[in-house]
Design a protein around this ligand. Sequence first.
Ligand SMILES: N[C@@H](CCC(=O)N[C@@H](CS)C(=O)NCC(=O)O)C(=O)O
Length: 232
Amino acid sequence: MVTNVWQLLQFPLCPFSRKVRVVCAEKAVPVELLAELPWQRSERLTRANPAGQTPVMIDGAAGPAQMGLTLVDSAAICDYFEETVERSPLLGQGAAERAETRRLVAWFDHKFYSEVTTPLLSERMYKRVFARQAPDATALRLAGRAAEGHLDYLDFLLDQRRWLSGPGFGLADIAAAAQLSVADYLAGIDWDGHEPARVWYMAMKSRPTFRPLLAERMEGLPPPVHYDKLDF
Ligand SMILES: N[C@@H](CCC(=O)N[C@@H](CS)C(=O)NCC(=O)O)C(=O)O
């Protein structure tokens, strides 16, 4: 029997890589992490994904000379493991709950990412560590205002539900926590006045599948002190 040896091309502050890592950990799929900074356009990354984006999941069982099954795009990767690994189903029960999970995953993958995570990554990570430029204060102010709106929406959902898409923990929680954790690392989240969201995020931070992400650091860019604290 050939066993898969999954290798993930990723970097610590890529929210989509974080989502895939937590999904694999919840499903007990071991993954070897390979570091790639997409803007450096390495040959390994562009060969695996012509779009030049992380994450990419490669079945490394074929050995370094050939490339095995290659999965590209975090949604496609999460679908693949949902379809092939029975343990810990993450979409919810019934078509309506699964549709709600997918709606919220899209919300965080697209809306939160473009309004909050992208400007923070650009202004506080890329400009500081790689371009050595000062951040744009207006872009940061707009990202902060957008983050506030997203936290209000989380509070609203969590007033009615135990987890984001319903009674059970699932992919919506993972997608949201993946984006929020990157934004929090980059000091873009003010939890004050958002008790339901804070209590939910505390539960996410306590999960053994999530804790390894909080221990990682991007060189030259320390997170705020509260970042990995369970009580923040
Ligand atoms: N839809 C893709 C988005 C992936 C994505 O935007 N990755 C970022 C890093 S977090 C990236 O590679 N950006 C570089 C680029 O777009 O050129 C997914 O869900 O995997």
